[in-house]
Design a binder for this molecule. Structure first.
Ligand code: ZN
Ligand code: ZN
Length: 452
């Protein structure tokens, strides 16, 4: 029984393009009592892998939280895999407004202690005693009430590119930090104000609303299904959006546009911009906002230090990031002194600019490449690599990409290739090829030929 991915993200991207199917990006969550999360995880993996479902899913004793991409034609079959479980019967699947076939490239289901890191001890309060769920129309109405305080339960990098008008946007990096801050700030309004909250998909508010009710807040409301579901209802019902800007999302799209308003600035030059970038330096991966001009000038880097590093010989780059655990992460959520136009806490209520066209949501230009094969040996030192060619052919002078979770993406041009101890011009399927590399090769590394 296969319980783990057998394809790399690159191979998956190629497969999705070849299959030519439409995919849906969706999310859902459910709080429940799950006795054996490990078994639950394995059962889901088997069922979903068969449906070509991809995504990032967390399961815990307290429930499930899933962000996924599934082939449109498998939607009903996918729903059936959820209906098997009583607590997911009739579950609402939040569909994304903008779909990208590459929103997820792996099926990753992880067993966690909690589905949302809230730092709370569940024994102290009843998580099922939640706030009143509001649909988009009701949410708009309550925002017009002068007695309403609206709080954004997301993090600084999320609220920066889009938020509800007049919302309190805590300057926090994690959900768990925002709970005590807001509790403190609103101490004197436990009875007289409507405490209205929202988050990306609704899951954080389920916990937050129960927490605030437990803290003595009398009138607690939450946006049902979060901003994702709000945006969907705006479209369906033709409602006015009281949310301005973009909804940050945790997949490869990094955000979906809700209104044309751009409320944030390029962190490097200050120009209105709301496109997040993941710093190109594999030893950094800082998430920040960067305009197209700065992207070109800085080559996707967050600082001149990172720009300098990406131009260093690969062997030095690898040495510099030794011991740093950033290689596998999608991005790092910290802040940096170098970014002069980063804002958090107090955010603008009006647009700084209007988005011209539907934003290009793909953050990086894709390199056209074809998979040649995989590494044969693990090497202790940077020196040589041996790969078996399983596809296509490899020629002297080819530009190749070696890619793996620890190695990252490394490009090089081959001026010498060796098969069976002899230097050759061209290697074919089945050949074991050896060539020099300025870094260490891992068994998980794959080699691609770059097509230009
Ligand atoms: Zn800029
Ligand atoms: Zn950087």
């Amino acid at each position: 029984m296969q319980l783990y991915n057998t394809l790399s993200a690159e191979e998956r991207a190629i497969m999705i393009d070849d299959a030519g199917q439409q995919r849906l990006t969706l999310s859902f969550y459910a709080y429940a009592k799950i006795e054996d999360p490990k078994k639950f995880r394995d059962d889901l993996f088997v069922a979903w892998n068969a449906l070509d479902a991809l995504g990032r899913i967390y399961v815990a004793n307290e429930g499930i939280n899933a962000q996924m991409s599934i082939p449109e034609e498998n939607l009903e079959a996918f729903r059936a895999t959820l209906e098997v479980y009583d607590f997911m019967k009739g579950i609402r699947l939040n569909e994304a407004v903008e779909h990208d076939d590459h929103s997820f490239l792996k099926l990753t289901i992880k067993v966690r202690h909690k589905i949302v890191a809230d730092g709370l001890n569940d024994e102290t309060f009843d998580v099922t005693n939640i706030g009143v769920h509001l649909k988009a129309k009701e949410f708009n109405e309550i925002l017009d009430d002068p007695n309403t305080i609206v709080v954004d339960f997301r993090n600084h990098y999320e609220s920066e590119v889009g938020h509800f008008k007049n919302a309190i946007t805590p300057d926090v990096e994690t959900f768990r930090e925002s709970l005590p801050i807001i509790n403190e700030q609103l101490q004197n309004h436990k009875e007289d104000k409507n405490l209205v909250m929202y988050c990306t998909g609704g899951i954080r508010c389920e916990k937050a609303s129960a927490y605030f009710k437990h803290q003595g807040f009398k009138n607690v409301y939450q946006l049902e299904g979060g901003i994702i579901n709000y945006a969907k209802q705006l479209k369906e019902e033709g409602l006015e959006s009281k949310f301005i800007g973009k909804n940050f999302v945790f997949d490869n799209r990094l955000g979906e546009r809700i209104t044309d308003d751009i409320v944030s600035q390029c962190h490097q030059c200050g120009k209105p911009c709301d496109n997040h970038t993941n710093c190109e330096n594999d030893g950094c991966h800082l998430l920040f906002i960067q305009c197209d001009e700065c992207k070109a000038a800085m080559e996707n880097c967050c600082s001149s230090e990172c720009l300098e590093i990406i131009h260093m010989p690969l062997v030095d780059q690898v040495r510099l990031r030794t011991g740093k655990q950033v290689g596998n992460k999608v991005f790092r959520k910290g802040k940096s002194e170098n970014l002069k136009f980063k804002h958090s806490g107090e955010l603008p209520e009006t647009a700084l600019a209007t988005a011209q066209k539907p934003a290009d949501i793909r953050q990086k230009i894709k390199v056209k490449k074809v998979l040649l094969g995989k590494a044969e040996h693990y090497y202790v030192k940077a020196q040589v690599g041996q790969f078996t060619i399983e596809n296509h052919e490899l020629n002297r002078g080819d530009k190749i990409l070696i890619s793996g979770p620890t190695t990252g993406d490394q490009q090089l041009i081959l001026d010498k290739i060796i098969v069976d101890g002899a230097e050759i011009q061209s290697a074919k399927i089945g050949d074991k090829v050896t060539f020099e590399v300025p870094f260490r090769i891992r068994l998980s590394d794959k080699v691609y030929k770059i097509l230009e």
